[in-house]
Design a protein around this ligand. Structure first.
Ligand SMILES: [Zn+2]
Length: 157
């Protein structure tokens, strides 16, 4: 999938994005969902809130012939930057894209193809060294190197 194609796809989910953002504002906790693809068709799966968004209980996109295209989740405190855990989680689910929303804006990111900087960041995160991993992420974003993540679109759904 090309970035342009993804950008169009995610903007098309504006009603779902608005719903998650509205719920985040009301309840002050994270909301999210996955976008899965099966036999050429996309669908939203695993809508979640709070701690449930962070793991186990989700269905994911694990049906037959189904794959994960992207995920969305909100940051109730407003940061639009991904945390190392966000990136490691998306990478682990085989997502190429993920988006983060605050109480107004959605910003999407593409995960880099294999490279040593990326692997280093993932290893640090898995070891629990999220502060160093976070520095690598911020540095990558500021310098627009795209070795970890690259912004694809930002919009108000
Ligand atoms: Zn996050």
């Amino acid at each position: 999938m090309q970035d342009e194609e993804f950008n169009k796809l995610i903007v098309g989910y504006s009603p779902e994005l608005r719903e998650a953002i509205r719920n985040t504002k009301q309840k002050g906790i994270e909301h999210g969902f996955l976008i899965c693809k099966k036999k050429g068709k996309y669908r939203v799966k695993s809508k979640c809130s709070g701690d449930a968004c962070s793991l186990e209980s989700l269905e994911y996109c694990k049906g037959k012939d189904e794959k994960t295209i992207a995920s969305f989740h909100t940051h109730p405190r407003g940061m639009l930057l991904p945390t190392p855990e966000d990136i490691a989680h998306s990478y682990g689910q085989g997502e190429k894209y993920f988006c983060i929303g605050n109480t107004k804006t959605v910003r999407c990111w593409k995960i880099a193809d294999y490279n040593p900087v990326f692997e280093n960041m993932i290893e640090m995160t898995l070891r629990g060294d999220t502060s160093h991993a976070g520095s690598l992420v911020v540095d990558d974003i500021i310098r627009k190197r795209g070795e970890i993540v690259k912004q694809t679109i930002q919009f108000e759904p």
